[in-house]
Design a protein around this ligand. Structure first.
Ligand code: WTA
Length: 658
């Protein structure tokens, strides 16, 4: 593999990197500040991982830290027993019962505080309600909800009774919901009548209804009333009302069900190379230990903090770092329902000031938007409560990093640029804020106990500074255990590429390109498969293409990611129409609608380019890389090896009009 086959468009980030030392005041109080931790993990691996498990309360201790007898189906904290809800709620009641567990800020400015005792009460009541509705241990309960407190409450109620949850991002379409519920054979859905966006009600129930129409099994549906009189959709047949159910079980308690460490805590569907989303399975013991450990070591979460991750719980970041990690540590976690620019562009900074937020964890796409809006918005607020800043979801360019460090952190907060994935359960590559120097644009070294490399196609490490494929060489507690009911695809997707089972070398391939420096710092360059990262959201090009070719009059489509100032990547769709089909705006609209129906507005193409042909190699493979270069307006290399070199100029003209 040569460098140019790997996505190195973020060249600007690779310019000489400055280093920043962790602020002294931070180091003095950091949860983890002794550099010996790296050696401890190295010398005492895997047993050192007990540090993570020890952050939790176990009903029965594990017999073995890691069982690797059936690679790559690793098991962690074998035979340990625990309950995730009990760890996130009950065990904090004595000391922190009256402290806030969740501070919720609604889009319309209303607020709700749930103390640990409040959370305990409502989670128990809803757990009792779920039981009464027939939910049993190991039944998959789907959730299709926006950022309202009932979402984490429902998740924890499921965890309490040992029913795995499968949360579907509320911005996904009805079809996407149905596809996921069908794949998980889920017979229960918790959803909401609607929510608010920019002050207006959004009728979510309509989408839920359309989705349910396409679900093959009967599904019991519970609906939260968020809109009150603003709801315009008739109730679903047989729908149960969340508030009525909770009321009917008022004051009831449900004993937390004892779960095996390896029992499934939840399923999370994510995009891969092929059209079908992958059902990533996470476990009770390993995942929860890992979420708690990384929250402790990287986000420096302490019980007395008011910690805020501005992600959506519909994605893995929200699962690990709004719900499970922070609540396992007994801290206060902030949830915000709305958008960062409503009612004005200082909304986030207002919340930081109002709640004295101590850590902020957000995405580079948001930071780029803040930069664009200007420093006058953060300057209107006192942000001095902040102690640490974090980013996740996509590469951050040094300019955005420095802006964040300076204008939000006042050069007093370490910035952790955390690389990880839905599949890894928690952070994998990042500096430890109380130990390591920070290099803007580079995530940092692998966390203690994590073994990562950047390799070439034959599996050899690449030279320092050169691009290659990122791999993880050793298992870790937070890793996915398999793809739901599809062990074969699990091996195929993640392990086949570089593992040599005969030599007992199992290597996890996250499908990212990266470079590694002499000092072991890793800069992640982006996906090397057909997955896009639009505003930090993971989207499969195949899923988008299959929606587009479903439109009448479309013969073929190729979707690639082009650079975008704020979103990081944007969807570019190159479309060939059938003979006789006019390349009209009406067709463009239909294509957009089809993509929104299949996936959701986040996948909406930035540009749809009609073309008579797609550039193809002599063997007939679409040259996606060339289509990306065209979208980005890059100089094109040698195109003479194409089967149809003439088409390139035509397409360029259509995209850029020159
Ligand atoms: C990308 C989100 C560079 C990467 C937690 C990965 C990043 C994909 C970073 C996973 C980072 C995430 N720097 N790239 N700090 N964090 N990514 O599953 O391409 O939604 O494979 O998990 O996001 O996206 P996912």
């Amino acid at each position: 593999m040569s460098d140019d086959e790997i996505d190195v468009e973020l060249e600007a980030r690779l310019e000489e990197q400055e280093e920043f030392e962790p602020p002294e005041a931070f180091v003095e109080q950091a949860n983890v500040s002794d550099p010996a931790i790296y050696d401890d993990f190295e010398e005492n691996w895997p047993d050192e991982w007990e540090r993570a498990a020890d952050l939790l309360d176990w009903e029965e201790e594990w017999d073995q830290v890691l069982d690797d007898s059936n690679e790559p189906f690793y098991e962690w904290f074998v035979d340990g027993k625990l309950n995730a809800a009990e760890n996130c709620i009950d065990r904090h009641l004595d000391e922190r019962g009256d402290e806030a567990a969740i501070e919720w800020v609604g889009e319309l400015g209303e607020t709700r505080t749930y103390t640990y005792r409040d959370l305990h009460r409502e989670v128990n009541e809803f757990a009792a309600a779920l039981r009464e509705q027939g939910v049993e241990e190991d039944d998959v309960v789907s959730m299709y909800m926006p950022m309202i407190p009932e979402l984490p409450i429902a998740m924890l109620a499921c965890a309490r009774i040992g029913a795995p949850h499968a949360v579907v991002f509320a911005g996904f379409s009805a079809d996407a919901l149905a596809e996921r519920m069908n794949a998980a054979n889920s017979e229960y859905l918790v959803t909401v009548d609607g929510y608010y966006r920019r002050g207006d009600p959004l009728q979510h129930l309509e989408k839920a209804r359309e989705g349910l129409d396409k679900v093959e099994q009967d599904a019991t549906t519970i609906v939260v009333d968020r809109l009150g009189d603003d709801s315009e959709i008739d109730p679903l047949p047989e729908e149960r009302d969340y508030d009525e159910l909770v009321e009917a079980h008022s004051g009831e308690t449900v004993d937390p069900v004892t779960r095996d460490a390896e029992d499934m805590l939840f399923l999370m569907y994510t995009s891969g190379t092929t059209g079908k989303p992958k059902g990533v399975k996470h476990t009770t013991g390993g995942y929860l230990s890992y979420a708690a450990w990384t929250s402790h070591a990287v986000l420096d979460v302490k019980p007395e903090d008011t910690y805020w991750c501005s992600a959506d719980i519909g994605w893995i970041t929200g699962h690990s770092y709004i719900v499970y990690g922070p609540l396992a540590l007994g801290t206060t976690t902030v949830m915000y329902e709305g958008t960062p620019d409503y009612p004005d562009k200082d909304r986030l900074w207002e919340i930081v000031e109002d709640y004295d937020v101590t850590q902020l964890y957000t995405a580079p796409t948001a930071i780029r938007a803040f930069m664009k809006w200007g420093t006058e918005y953060p300057e209107q607020h006192d942000l001095s409560s902040l102690r640490l800043l974090g980013t996740v979801g996509e590469p951050i360019n040094p300019r955005a990093w420095k802006w964040y460090y300076k204008h939000i952190g006042n050069e007093e907060c370490p910035v952790v640029d955390t690389w990880w994935q839905t599949e890894t359960g928690g952070m994998m590559i990042t500096t430890l804020p109380g130990i390591s120097n920070m290099k803007p644009g580079s995530a940092g070294p692998p966390l203690p106990g994590i073994s990562a490399d950047v390799i070439d196609p034959s599996g050899d490490p690449v030279e320092a500074g050169r691009a290659g494929h990122l791999v993880i060489n050793k298992p870790w507690p937070g890793m996915l255990r398999t793809l739901y009911k599809n062990d074969e695809r699990f091996i195929d997707e993640y392990w086949d590429e570089y593992s040599i089972p005969e030599r007992d070398q199992w290597v996890y391939f996250p499908e990212d390109g990266a470079k590694i420096d002499d000092d072991g710092y890793i800069t992640v360059l982006g996906r090397v498969d057909d997955v896009l990262n639009v505003s930090g959201h993971r989207l499969g090009t195949m899923e988008i293409e299959s929606a587009i070719v479903g439109v009448e009059g479309v013969a073929e489509a190729a979707v690639v990611g082009g650079d975008h100032e704020v979103k990081g990547e944007a969807v570019y769709a190159y479309v060939i129409t059938e003979d006789g089909q006019e390349e009209s705006d009406a067709l463009r609209d239909e294509i957009i609608e089809a993509v929104e129906d299949a996936i959701g507005p986040i996948a909406r193409p930035e540009q749809i380019i009609f073309t008579p042909e797609l550039p193809k190699t002599r063997s007939g493979k679409i040259m996606r890389r060339l289509l990306e270069d065209i979208a980005d307006g890059n100089e094109l290399g040698n195109t003479s090896t194409l089967r149809n070199p003439d088409v390139v100029h035509d397409i360029q003209q259509k995209v850029h009009g020159d």
